[in-house]
Each structure stands twice: as C-alpha cells, then as structure tokens.
Design a protein around this ligand. Structure first.
Ligand SMILES: [Zn+2]
Length: 561
C-alpha cells in the first residue's frame, strides 16, 4: 500500500511540526551517511532489525518508500548527543554528534515510534538530547551458566545492541581466575573466547570495554604458601570464596602482577579500554601485613599492578573499586583518601557501592584523589531467589531511592547484572546516567511504549508498581490479582510480535506466578506454576544453570496435580 500524495499532505497538516504519517508505513527507507563508520553502519542495521522484527514492515536502503529515515552526523551537538528533526519531503532526520550519538538517537526514535500490524509509524519526538554521565556502563556477570554464558552468540549480539540503544557506552565483564587452573585451562580458554566475542559486539556499537576481577585473585593451581588469610567479615558482607593471594608475600605479588599482565594480553584483541580492581567478593587478605585490606594490602597491590598497566598499555584507564569498604568501619576510606591525595597516578576512577545504601564517605568527605566517581548498583539479586526465578523483577522505587542517594555526583557506573529478567532495571539505570533528573517511572513508561505498545504504557507502569509492591515472595498481596487482570487486558492489545517477545513473556509470567502464589499461599505447586517456571527456564537458557541462584524453581509432575 502506497500512501497517496494528497493524503500524505493532509496528514502532514494534521500533525503540525512533525512528519508523522497517520497510516502505518509498510515500506521504510533508511539512508546511511556516505562516510559511515562501523557504528553508524551498525546503527542502520539495528534500526532495520528493530522495525522488521516488531511490525513486519519492509526496510530498504534504496527505492520508493512510505517513510524515509535519514541518518547523519553533525559535530555541533555535544559529545554523544543527538538531534531528531523533520527533513524535507516528510523525511525524518536523526543526527548524532558522533556515531555513538547517532546510535542513541536511533534508540530514542525507535522508542517513540509505533509498530502495528499495518506497519511502522515514525516517532514524533523532536529535539536535542545530551548525556550527563560519560561512563554509562553495564556489568554482565558471565558465570553459573546464566544467560550471558548460555545464550547463543546471535542472542548476545542482539542483546548488547539493544542495550546500546538506551545509551550504554561501557561494557564491563569479569574474568574469574579462581575457577580455572591457569589461562591455558581449556575452560579458561573457552571463557576467554566467549568474552572476546562479547567485547567485539560491544565495540561494534561504540562501547568501551573493561575487565576486572578481585585484585588478589589467583588460579586454583596457586601453591598454598602464596594464599591469603581470610578477611574478618563480622557482617558477612565481603564474601569469602575464591582463590585469594597474599600481597604481603613478595612472591605472590610478583605472580599477581604477572597474571594481570597476561590478562591484558588475553584481551589485546579486541582491546581493553579499562581494568577494574575489586577489593571483595571474592578478594582480600586478613593477614597482619594486609589488613585492613582497603587500607594496606589492597593499596600496595593496586600500585604494583597499575605500574605494570601504565608501562604496558598507557591508554588503559584504571577503575579502583571500593565496594563494601568499611563494612564495618576499619579505616579503609580514610586510608585510600590519604593515599590518593599524595599520589593518584595509579588510579583514574573510583567505583563505590554496597549491598544496601550508597556509601556516604565520597559524598561527605569528597571522592579520594578528587577522581570521577562511578556507582555499582545491584539490579538482579535483591530480595528474590532464585534471581529472576519469578519473571521480570522491576524495582523502579528502589533504584530511584538509591540514585537519589548519589546526589548527582556520579560520572556514571556499571549496574551489576546476572540476567535478562531485570531488563527494565537496566533501562532505568541507563536513563539516570543519561539524564539524572529523569524519574524511573518515566523510563518504565517509555520502555513499555516501545517494547509493548504506546497504548498500554500507563497500564504497564501500574503493573510494574504492583510487581515492586509484591517483590518479597512472602508478602504477595491482593494487588497481584489486579496486576494479572491488567496484564491479560494489556495482552489483548498487543501485536503478535510484542506478545511473543521474551520481554513481554517475562512480564506476563511474573504476573501469573504472583497471582498463583497468592492463591497457593506461597506454596510452589500446581500445573500453572510448573509450566510458568519451565517457560522462564527456557527463556533464560537456564536448563544447565546452577540450580540456585540462577535456575527458576522446578516443580515435579507429581506436585503439579
Ligand atoms: Zn596478606
């Protein structure tokens, strides 16, 4: 169906200031800049993939089309910013200040567009937008056979691309030394190849990549005499596992610096942009030479590893994490502050966070070394086990509260992610980094309009609020029934594509599961729950995952009745 010219003009008049066609376009043309680099070319492909997957409209690069979207760069907007404007002949123009900005502009454009059975209706959002935080990262934990380990390369590629559309520009991963006997352990080689593949995808969408581990982590083959003394952990917040080495022993320090050097070599292709040192979980040494860890051993070893990083790869930035420092107080924040006031040549960023509230020290006493500050909010595991085992786990109120605690002092961060069930939480964090003042629920609304339909955005916000209210499994209240009724009503308004997509299924299943648990008074029994958990397991590829905490609950046929 081609739109008649007269009808097009009438339509343009109706929608003042935009080129929105009232009739969905079955054919869309995407125009890529002639001098497009890797990221701009990728942005055009992602735009095409998103449109065809959501509404079946045809996307072409040449020929006649009902809707034309022009991509361009214009270096006057501000770093990584974008502008969406009307062009001549009803075209939509997306300008990026740079290719990253162009990709984020494509994301904004898609999220304000409509995808219906008849085709694609271009978004009406017009204006300019610039990110506030330069380091908008996401930390994907690849372990326990979780989604990030078990998903196919194509699924991971799509997922990382989807995250980039929200403005994420840093991908953070970890290298779990303690799981392997050496870098040449076949399992280690397999993991390294997996991580390199993920990093290449990230680079293709303009992300910087960072890798980290507990600073004093070692391989299982490490001789006992090099190993640490467990750290005092009276509050049980530091974690106590892994193979941790004692930097009070010179031979162990030598080995750890060598291991970090080999880590840089392992990922020289596709190339690292940052490394992250973690103090805890796993990590630390409680011997007399190293404790308090963040005040002594950790600082000494950080300086030694950084000296190697600076010499070998001067372009690589060093992120020094202070996660769970002073839990309980033992002088760690004070000591790192004094050390960096004297000499900050070994650090470029301070990362701070905790299991619960954001630490007060960097806010009240200043960030050590006056360095840029990053957070590390936990978006996956809070208050539910197995993680994601009950479907989507959006936490807008919690994330908003934690964000407010950071007092707009951050240069970014890397939310900690274990799986795809907290996709909404990722979107919320991405938008805090982009626009510190943007309320979490506004992002939920935009997410729902894009992933489900603009017609159900407000209803979805109400469902998400009910999910958060019922987050604690033992406290599911009557609003679970209302949420499930609402979800069924929303579903009747969705396109077949949106209804079948995993993002909708995990919302639907969460509503169903909460409603069933309300009926069974928390007992995991019955066919409905069994089938719902089974479907979640399939969506997460968690069939072979660590049973707790990654794989959703399993109900045997005998209990299913
Ligand atoms: Zn020690």
């Amino acid at each position: 169906m081609k739109l008649h010219l007269g009808l097009l003009i009438a339509t343009l008049t109706l929608f003042e200031g935009t080129c929105l066609a009232a009739v969905p376009a079955p054919v869309v043309r995407v125009v890529t800049p002639a001098d497009a680099g890797i990221v701009a070319k990728r942005a055009a492909l992602i735009l095409a993939r998103q449109i065809t997957a959501r509404c079946g409209a045809q996307v072409m690069t040449t020929g006649e089309a009902d809707c034309v979207v022009e991509l361009a760069t214009e270096a006057s907007i501000g770093a990584e910013g974008f502008k969406i404007a009307d062009g001549p002949s009803g075209h939509v123009r997306i300008f990026g200040n740079d290719e990253n900005g162009l990709l984020y502009g494509v994301g904004k454009f898609l999220r304000s567009s409509r995808f219906d059975r008849g085709g694609f209706t271009p978004g009406t959002w017009r204006g300019t937008s610039l990110p506030k935080c330069p380091m908008r990262g996401i930390y994907l934990a690849t372990h326990f056979n979780n989604y990030y380990e078990a998903a196919s390369p194509v699924e991971m590629e799509c997922y990382i691309e989807d995250l980039a559309l929200w403005g994420f520009n840093v991908l953070s991963v970890t290298y779990p030394h303690w799981q392997y006997s050496s870098y040449d352990d076949p399992a280690a080689r397999k993991m390294a190849e997996h991580l390199r593949r993920i990093m290449r995808v990230a680079k293709g969408v303009g992300m910087r990549v960072t890798i980290g581990d507990a600073l004093n982590s070692g391989f299982t083959s490490t001789p006992n005499e090099m190993r640490c003394t467990p750290v005092p952990d009276p509050l049980g917040r530091h974690g106590n596992f892994g193979v941790n080495l004692c930097p009070g022993k010179p031979v162990a320090t030598e080995l750890m610096v060598k291991n970090w050097e080999r880590l840089l070599d392992e990922f020289a292709d596709p190339g690292l942009d940052c490394v992250v040192y973690w103090p805890y979980d796993e990590g630390g040494c409680g011997c007399k030479d190293c404790w308090p860890w963040g005040a002594k051993g950790y600082l000494n070893l950080s300086r030694a590893v950084s000296a190697m990083v600076r010499r070998k790869c001067p372009h690589i930035k060093v992120i020094v994490s202070t996660w769970t420092f002073d839990t309980p107080p033992c002088g760690e924040w004070d000591a790192i502050s004094r050390a960096l006031a004297e000499d900050k040549s070994w650090a470029d960023f301070i990362q701070a966070d905790a299991h619960e509230d954001f630490p007060r020290f960097p806010l009240e006493r200043g960030v050590p070394g006056n360095l840029p500050l990053l957070n590390f909010p936990e978006i996956s595991m809070w208050g539910q086990g197995p993680w994601g085992g009950y479907g989507a786990n959006p936490l807008p109120a919690r994330l908003q509260r934690l964000w407010n605690q950071t007092e707009r002092r951050l240069s970014g961060g890397t939310p900690y992610s274990e799986g795809i069930y907290e996709d909404i939480n990722k979107a919320i964090c991405s938008q805090f980094y982009w626009d510190a003042e943007r309320p979490a629920l506004e992002t939920v609304r935009e997410y729902a309009a894009f992933e489900f339909s603009p017609d159900v955005a407000d209803q979805t916000v109400k469902v998400v609020e009910a999910f958060e209210k019922n987050h604690v499994r033992g406290e599911i209240g009557p609003c679970a029934q209302e949420a499930f009724d609402r979800v069924k009503s929303i579903e009747s308004m969705l396109t077949p594509q949106a209804r079948a997509a995993w993002r909708w299924r995990i919302v639907y299943l969460r509503a169903l599961i909460d409603c069933e648990l309300l009926k069974t008074k928390g007992k995991l029994e019955g066919r409905n729950l069994r089938d719902a958990f089974h479907e979640l397991t399939t969506i997460y590829h968690a069939e072979n995952a660590h049973s707790m905490p990654i794989r959703p609950p399993q109900i045997q046929d005998t209990e299913a009745k």
